[in-house]
Design a protein around this ligand. Structure first.
Ligand code: PGA
Length: 247
């Protein structure tokens, strides 16, 4: 167990450039990498940079396999708010990865158990690109989640549904249930990069990094993973002492 390393950058543009560089290096090191990919606002800048690097011929991700991190239940795969569609359109296709190399999550617990087993037998995830929820969730591993939680169907917390409502049309009902890759398979990923931006993430990031790991802050269990890099902008990142910085 080692503390996650924190790479503190000035702002969102820097975060996107640094995160893209980290992912590009991982793809160069592991051309057939199995990559678990988050959606959400935070990684979009990095994905745009990666798309440009791909267009410029500076990276070749065509041998990678991309895995969906989470999905709402009851939302078809072509629905505008499907998280799978979001990952496909912002990561898989811009990086010239064949759609056939994008692996979607199944929708029930029995199939998810078999899915976890298959991924584990194949060697697990090489790289997980993650964001953090204001409630400390990773994927839809809502608090409380134990470190060995498998991939499964989950009930979304009121906090997550409120927070995700910004991606839905006004008045639309955010689904109450979802599937997520479990914290167990996430924490076993060979490398993890967590992207964190903005003052609204500052408190939870400080708890995740500096308080004892607890299921009540699922992201704090990253302290038990072996290779974690947190890329955080100045608004989000506590300084090295764990105090919040208000600059
Ligand atoms: P965000 O979502 O990047 O849109 O803030 C992160 C999350 O809730 O996991």
């Amino acid at each position: 167990m080692s503390r996650p390393s924190v790479h503190r950058v000035a702002d969102y543009d820097d975060l996107s450039r640094v995160a893209a560089r980290v992912v590009a290096e991982a793809i160069r090191d592991m051309p057939t990498a199995r990559i678990l990919v988050a959606t959400g606002a935070t990684p979009m800048g990095a994905y745009r940079v990666l798309g440009k690097l791909t267009g410029a011929g500076e990276i070749d991700a065509s041998g990678a396999t991309v895995f969906q991190l989470d999905e709402y239940l009851g939302v078809g795969r072509n629905h505008r708010r499907s998280l799978g569609r979001w990952a496909l359109e912002t990561f898989v296709l811009p990086l010239s990865i064949d759609e056939g190399r994008f692996v979607r999550l199944p929708f029930d617990d029995a199939a998810l158990t078999a899915y976890d087993r298959r991924i584990r037998d194949e060697g697990g995830y090489d790289l997980a690109i993650l964001g953090i929820g204001e409630n400390g969730h990773l994927g839809f591993n809502e608090p409380p989640t134990e470190a060995d939680a498998p991939s499964r169907v989950v009930q979304l917390s009121a906090a997550s549904r409120r927070s995700n409502a910004r991606y839905w049309d006004p008045g639309a009902v955010v689904p109450e249930r979802a599937v997520t890759v479990g914290l167990g398979p996430i924490l076993r990923a060979r490398r993890i990069v967590l992207l964190v931006s903005g003052a609204r993430k500052r408190t939870i990031l400080r708890r995740a990094l500096f308080e004892p790991p607890t299921p009540d802050v699922p992201a704090s269990l990253l302290q038990r993973a072996h290779d974690v890099l947190v890329v955080a902008d100045r608004a989000a990142a506590p300084d090295a002492t764990g105090r919040e910085d208000h600059r």
